[in-house]
Design a protein around this ligand. Structure first.
Ligand SMILES: NC(=O)c1ccc[n+]([C@@H]2O[C@H](COP(=O)([O-])OP(=O)(O)OC[C@H]3O[C@@H](n4cnc5c(N)ncnc54)[C@H](OP(=O)(O)O)[C@@H]3O)[C@@H](O)[C@H]2O)c1
Length: 278
């Protein structure tokens, strides 16, 4: 095992914990960090980042929920001797200039792309695992997913593929330096089609209902979301309606030399594990 340490931020999250497992399996020393990890890292506490960065040569960066702190992180990482940064960003981050959605991801991209370090940006489309480990899970378990998603399909990506791509980039940072990879699944599905597949595989009567962005934001606020956060999530669907993120890319093939995992594989595995059982 080399002495190089890779810092994994967002290490308890959907991508970070999968990235950490892959790196450890391949013999990389991992420092897993987040607010609740053994190595504490809080984006709102730059004064406390020193121990997380000590001795680190590469970092996987999950953008913070607010814009700004990645600039300070890059400065501290550079001073600490970090050489490589891999940033998770969102598909379309370059096309949302007129909206307030994704300011965090755009700010993080600016910080990483403007750095003197070897960097790679991975812009992923919406994760399959949002249906099991994130915002869409509870509504599916309750039997109805109501979204303002319309008829524009989305090439959902399996976060296992995202983690494979992160690990591949970290294994050969020079090959991917200065590059932005757009990562998607191989086929675009509407949310209604995705819910239909989930309902069929799970054998549960789960339906999709179309609502307006305003109705969706109101429902999120009723669930306890802050007003601004609720509007940001609803705004994502308005941006998706422009259709700029609907086309699958060859990003996974470029990074991994294979096709992306397919949505149906994810659905049958999750259904078999009882993910949507009430
Ligand atoms: N979900 C998608 O479809 C999708 C698609 C493309 C891009 N993205 C981007 O992916 C990122 C999220 O990645 P993910 O889905 O892997 O993570 P996630 O499942 O959303 O989990 C968030 C992670 O960040 C940590 N975290 C939250 N607030 C923090 C703070 N203030 N300081 C330090 N750590 C904090 C959490 O751990 P603690 O609670 O322990 O701190 C957790 O490990 C976001 O930037 C999102 O925009 C998501």
């Amino acid at each position: 095992m080399s002495n190089d340490i890779t810092l994994v931020l967002g290490a308890t999250g959907k991508s970070g914990r999968r990235v950490a497992a892959r790196l450890r399996l391949h013999g990389t020393q991992v420092r897993a960090a987040s607010r609740s990890s053994a190595t504490r890292f809080d984006w709102s506490d730059p004064g406390g980042w020193g121990p997380a960065l000590q001795g680190v040569t590469a970092a996987y960066v999950v953008a913070p929920p607010v814009p700004g702190p990645v600039h300070e992180f890059v400065a501290q990482a550079t001073a600490a001797g970090v050489r490589h940064l891999v940033l998770l960003s969102g598909r379309g981050a370059d096309t949302w200039g007129d909206s307030t959605f994704g300011l965090d991801m755009r700010s993080a991209e600016d910080a990483v792309r403007g750095s003197a370090l070897e960097w790679t940006v991975l812009r992923a489309s919406n994760f399959n695992q949002n249906f099991t480990e994130d915002i869409f899970h509870a509504p599916l378990v309750a039997g109805e997913l109501a979204l303002p998603a319309g008829a524009v399909p989305d090439p959902f990506i399996d976060v296992e593929d995202v983690a494979d791509a992160v690990a591949a980039v970290l294994a050969q940072p020079g090959r991917h330096a200065g590059r932005i990879h757009e990562l998607t699944g191989s086929r675009a599905l509407t949310f209604a089609e995705a819910v239909e597949l989930i309902s069929r595989a799970s054998g549960l009567p789960i339906s999709y209902t179309e609502v307006s962005p305003a109705e969706y934001a109101t429902a999120l606020v009723e669930e306890g979301w802050g007003v601004q956060d609720a509007h940001h999530v609803a705004e994502m669907f308005v941006l998706m309606q422009r259709g700029l993120m609907r086309e699958p890319t060859d990003g996974i093939a470029t990074v991994l030399g294979r096709a992306p995992r397919i949505f149906e594989d994810y659905v049958v595995r999750a259904a078999a594990a009882g993910a949507w059982r009430p």
